[in-house]
Every structure is written in C-alpha cells, then in structure tokens.
Design a protein around this ligand. Structure first.
Ligand code: AP5
Length: 191
C-alpha cells in the first residue's frame, strides 16, 4: 500500500501512521520527523531547516525532496509506505508523482483527516504541554494553519481531481479513527 496521509497540523497524521504501519506492514515516512532528526543531529541541512520550522513555514522543496528520495529508495519502502507531511504544496505533489513514476511505484490513495480547527488548537496545546515541541507555540501554530490552508489544501484538491482522495473524519477515539482509515483504503489493502 502506497498511501499519503493529508490533514492540518495536529489532525492526527503521525498518530494514525504509527498505528497503521503495523496493520499494513509498511514504514511510516514523516518528512517532519526526518527534518527534526536532522535538526537534532546538527547536520548542515538541519541547521538550515531549523529557523524555518521554528517559524512554522515550509522548508525548501529541494531539501525535503532530497531527504524523501533517500528514504523511499531504502529497501523497506519497496513494499509500500505511509507518507506523512508530504506533499505540502503543488510543486511537491508534482515532484512526488515524478519520483514514484521513476521508482515504478504509483500512489494508491491519499487519505485526508478532517478535524475542526478548534479541536486542532486544543490537541496541539495538549501536546505542547506534554512534549514541548518548539513549533507548538500559539503564534507558530497559527502560521502553520495558515500555510496549510494556502499551500496544502490545493494538494487535496489535486488528489480529488485525479480520483485518489478519500476524506475521513479524524474526530474520535484513536481506534475508531484507525478503523475509518482502514475502511477508506482501496481494495489493494485487503490483498
Ligand atoms: P510536521 O511534523 O509534518 O507537522 P504537522 O503537519 O504540522 O503535523 P503535526 O505533527 O503537528 O500533527 P499530526 O497531524 O501528525 O498530528 P499528531 O498525530 O502529532 O511538520 C513540522 C514542520 O516541518 C513544518 O511546519 C515544516 O516547517 C517542516 N516540514 C515538514 N514536512 C515538510 C515538507 N514536506 N515540506 C516543507 N517543510 C516541511 O497529533 C497531534 C496531537 O493530537 C498529539 O498530541 C496526539 O496525541 C493528539 N491526537 C491525535 N489523534 C487524536 C485523537 N483522535 N483524539 C485525541 N487526540 C489525538
């Protein structure tokens, strides 16, 4: 299964990807996690990305695509993947389609988790209190939501136009949301 998880910051993409990777037996590939690991390791790429991430804006398309290509060409991704946090704008969408065509692994489906913004703000505030993620401050969350509406929502429209988008209600118990995502996957999931 080659799956893209879409949804606003805090909609539960990472949480659901961690649950579904066991069910689907494919790796969870999160560009946010890859970037945070680079920041933590203090690599040149991480140093470049840090200020942009802290401000809630998008890291440059070239940097993220390079990281993604490296990850998707590792052996465990040959049987599929759950992509979380990519693509985030239309240029990344085009780059992903080109990369997957080159690898002979076209995308099966994009699932969008729908969660109302009041609940998103509540969830991120909860995570900020627990984990202290640097970009979970109220100002940065506002900017991340703005960037999502401006740049990432058109990606969902693109997948809708090509018949690959399925929208799932992301409100409810984790198990319930996972069940809805699994039910929304195309038949290939059951194979
Ligand atoms: P990224 O790490 O991708 O962050 P995000 O998209 O803003 O998403 P989050 O991690 O905040 O939320 P999520 O949807 O995964 O929700 P989660 O499961 O954690 O990106 C961070 C930054 O990196 C970007 O701003 C950008 O700078 C950069 N970046 C990343 N990718 C990039 C790209 N492709 N191009 C350029 N730049 C890029 O859940 C949130 C909270 O809610 C958790 O506490 C969780 O426990 C809770 N929760 C989840 N589900 C439920 C539920 N059903 N009920 C109750 N609580 C729940």
């Amino acid at each position: 299964m080659r799956l893209v998880l879409l949804g606003a910051p805090g909609s539960g993409k990472g949480t659901q990807a961690e649950r579904l990777k066991k069910e689907l037996d494919v790796p969870h590939v999160s560009t946010g996690d890859l970037l945070r690991a680079a920041v933590k390791a203090g690599t040149p790429l991480g140093l470049k990305a840090k200020a942009v991430m802290d401000a809630g804006r998008l890291v440059s398309d070239d940097i993220v695509l390079g990281m993604l290509e490296e990850r998707l060409t590792q052996p465990d991704a040959a049987r599929g993947f759950i992509l979380d946090g990519y693509p985030r704008n239309l240029a990344q969408c085009t780059a992903l389609e080109a990369l997957l065509a080159k690898l002979g692994q076209p995308l099966d489906v994009a699932i969008k988790l729908d969660v109302p913004s009041e609940l998103i703000v509540e969830r991120i505030a909860g995570r900020a209190a627990k984990e202290g993620r640097v970009d979970d401050t109220p100002e940065t969350v506002r900017e991340r939501l703005r960037v999502y509406a401006e740049q990432t929502e058109p990606v969902a429209s693109h997948f809708e136009k090509i018949g690959k988008l399925r929208c799932v209600d992301g409100v409810g118990e984790l198990e319930e949301v996972s069940r809805r995502v699994l039910a929304a996957l195309p038949a290939i999931a059951a194979a």
